[in-house]
Design a protein around this ligand. Structure first.
Ligand code: FAD
Length: 532
């Protein structure tokens, strides 16, 4: 949960406390990255006599691991087991007057320095304020440059700026010029059986994005701009899903459910097809990239600059980014850190970033007649492709060939490996039409047969061999980071990955587990062998 006006983020870890604490990463990818730690603990378990697990040795061990000298702890419990646990794990304890009606309580302060990595950045230890505040007053973190203003770059800028960091966002063309600039993106998860969700990036990313975009809708209302998320819900026909109806039943209905056949027909407007096998996603919707960009670029700490970056040079003190602007003039920018968010072109900017698979995709759309409109699916549908009706908003025409106020049916998308052309191809309009008709045969008579007048946009997906994005600091670098390889789900993955990257860069905790961060690392084993 983000309370950006108060520069406050709350991460809630659901699960056993000791296990969850053990997932918090303090190991840094590089010695130079700041190490996160806890400033203050509040121990609010029930009395040890009725809830012993919250006062077990495993909890105190984690507290010691995650604390720094001067980390404080407080608890209303003065039980012997609590006092002993804290003392044995490096805390000096003190009994003080209790809060409110409590007669007494314990306060504690970490004094043990033995377990602490002496090479770590402990500048903040003699200061009890919040991480982000410490960091923003430290000149090492004042200014970050981000290369690439697609959804990855925009969300990274948002996460950093909300922590008080000034961001220069660079793009060789314009924000959303790459794969992120479709008229709408479908926000939908890749599902997994529910017992895997706590380590499933797609689920965590989807739930976080869905909340963030809804929050940004409130901002859009204040700014009188188009909503970021059109909360349509979506119906997956389970043509290509990796989950069946039995596993869907394990999910809370507000996240995923199977609708009764008739209700699925009513909600989708599909009349003839058997829809008894379906996955309904109430929190899903259509993201309006242009609206997202508009809001992010209103942040006072984010400045956009057009620059085609050609070189990045890192010194001990800073990083220098060089490139040419719209007038072909050479421009240099100095920053404390740089984050490369240039998708498939990231590798060209720094060879340490894996040279990913490039997969061309074309999205198609057309303006339906009134008769077609009433017979087309009413909510976004997923099958081997996807389709969604949307109404073009003011601003959409800056990016794509649409007319504000008119409805369109969006159809996606083609997948052509090792092709980085972005020309619009009629045969790929046909592919998307064929996918829809194969999934819902009654659409054959409704969809225009002639696709030659359809509009489209082609972009390049960037994919790693293990399908995970690349998020983190580059090997042997102090100041160069990357967030790329969002594959086919950038709008669901970028927000949580950006939060993780901001956490790592600023030395605060990332909202993802140790194991997950290792799976996203630019230096992971799977990325050591080039694609063939
Ligand atoms: C047809 C299609 C349909 C899709 N549909 C969906 C969907 O419905 N839902 C969803 O979640 N995802 C979807 N995706 C995937 C999603 O679009 C991507 O995952 C996402 O856009 C990747 O964002 P990005 O910011 O990493 O890359 P990009 O948006 O490609 O941004 C990279 C930016 O880097 C800039 N750049 C590159 N080199 C330089 C340089 N040297 N100097 C300065 N700037 C540079 C480029 O100009 C570009 O703007 C779709 C993708 C395609 C192709």
């Amino acid at each position: 949960m983000d309370f950006s006006y108060d520069n406050l983020t709350v991460d809630i870890w659901l699960g056993d406390a000791a296990q969850s604490l053990s997932k918090l990463a303090i190991e840094r990818s590089q010695q130079s990255a700041p190490q996160p730690h806890i400033d203050a603990w509040f121990l609010d378990g029930f009395a040890p006599s009725c809830n012993s697990t919250l006062w077990a040795d495993s909890i105190f061990t984690q507290m010691q691991r995650l604390s720094r000298p001067h980390t404080t702890a407080a608890t209303y419990s003065c039980a012997g087991i609590v006092k002993r646990g804290l003392k044995e794990h490096g805390f000096a304890i003190k009994k003080v007057k209790g809060f409110g009606r409590k007669r007494e309580m314990l306060t504690a302060i970490m004094t043990d320095t033995n377990h602490i990595d002496v090479t770590s950045d402990n500048k903040s230890c003699d200061n009890e304020s919040h991480d982000a505040e410490q960091i923003t007053t430290d000149s090492t973190f004042n200014h970050t440059a981000i290369i690439g203003a697609g959804v990855s770059g925009l969300l990274t800028a948002w996460s950093l700026a909300n922590r008080g960091i000034a961001v220069t966002l660079l793009d060789k063309t314009a924000p959303l010029a790459g794969a992120s600039g479709n008229p709408r993106a479908l926000l939908a998860p890749k599902m997994t059986p529910i017992h895997h969700v706590d380590e499933h990036l797609h689920t965590i990313g989807y739930l976080y994005s869905s909340r963030l975009y809804r929050d940004l809708n409130q901002k859009a209302t204040q700014l009188n701009t188009a909503p970021v998320l059109e909360p349509t819900g979506a119906l997956d026909l389970l043509v290509k899903a990796n989950i069946g109806t039995e596993q869907i039943a394990d999910y809370p209905d507000e996240m995923a459910t199977t609708l009764p056949h008739e209700q699925a027909q009513n909600i989708s407007g599909i009349k003839e097809q058997d829809l008894s096998e379906n996955l309904y996603l109430p929190q899903s919707g259509l993201v309006n990239p242009q609206a997202l960009k508009t809001i992010i670029l209103t942040h006072p700490l984010i400045r956009f600059q057009q620059l085609e970056v050609s070189e990045i040079n890192e010194t001990e003190q800073q990083v220098c980014i060089e490139g040419s602007d719209q007038n072909q003039e050479t421009v240099s920018i100095l920053a404390d850190h740089v984050v490369i968010c240039a998708a498939f072109e990231s590798h060209q900017l720094d060879k340490r970033i894996f040279d990913c698979r490039k997969i061309r995709g074309q999205l198609s759309w057309f303006h339906p007649s009134l008769e077609q409109l009433i017979n087309l699916p009413k909510i976004p549908l997923k099958y081997s492709g996807y389709c969604a009706l949307f109404n073009a908003q003011t601003g959409d025409d800056n990016l794509n060939t649409v007319t504000a106020g008119k409805p369109y049916l969006l159809l996606g998308a083609s997948f052509i490996r090792n092709d980085i052309g972005t020309d619009i191809r009629d045969e790929e309009h046909q592919i998307s039409r064929d996918k829809l008709v194969a999934a819902i045969p009654e659409m054959e008579s409704i969809m225009p047969a002639d696709t030659s007048l359809w509009q489209g946009r082609a972009g390049i997906r960037t994919q790693t061999p293990d399908y995970h994005p690349i998020v983190g600091q580059l090997t042997n670098s102090q100041r160069i980071w990357t967030m790329s390889a969002m594959g086919a789900k950038g709008y669901a993955l970028a927000p949580i990955c950006a939060e993780a990257l901001a956490g790592m860069l600023l030395g605060s905790f990332a909202p993802l587990s140790n194991a997950m961060l290792a799976r996203l690392s630019p230096n992971r084993t799977r990325l050591q062998t080039p694609l063939t």
